[in-house]
Design a protein around this ligand. Structure first.
Ligand code: I3P
Length: 109
């Protein structure tokens, strides 16, 4: 599954709150391949290679949990992703249907 997602990093590994200055929303083209969610920066082209920076942003979704961010009301269609090492991301999908589809895909791999 692929598509645009806007990401906010809320907690780093071990659940430590991500410091100020690193908590902003950023748009990526997300590609879910196996157990890795790749987050590609910049303009989308189907043949574009993942850069080194893109690889650093990749998230392992093995033993992760995605859920609708019902307590987050500043933006619509936002879901949480909590990883096995207790990182927490917020992702905003383009619409409710896409949000549900990402949640289902992440939770059922
Ligand atoms: C963050 C940025 C986020 C905001 C976050 C800020 O600043 O303004 O949009 O989250 O607030 O810390 P920076 O880009 O300098 O990291 P919201 O959009 O959810 O308000 P937070 O620290 O309360 O999460």
């Amino acid at each position: 599954k692929n598509g645009f997602l806007v990401r906010k990093v809320h907690a780093d590994s071990d659940g430590k709150r991500t410091p100020r200055g690193k908590r902003g929303w950023k748009t990526f083209y997300a590609i879910l391949k196996g157990l890795i969610l790749y987050l590609q920066k910049g303009e989308y082209r189907p043949d574009k290679q993942l850069s080194e920076e893109d690889l650093k942003n990749a998230v392992s979704i093995h033993h992760s949990l995605a859920m609708k961010a019902s307590d987050y009301s500043k933006r619509p269609n936002v879901f949480y992703l909590r990883t096995a090492d207790w990182r927490v991301y917020l992702f905003q999908a383009p619409n409710a249907e896409q949000m549900q589809s990402w949640i289902t895909r992440i939770n059922t791999v």
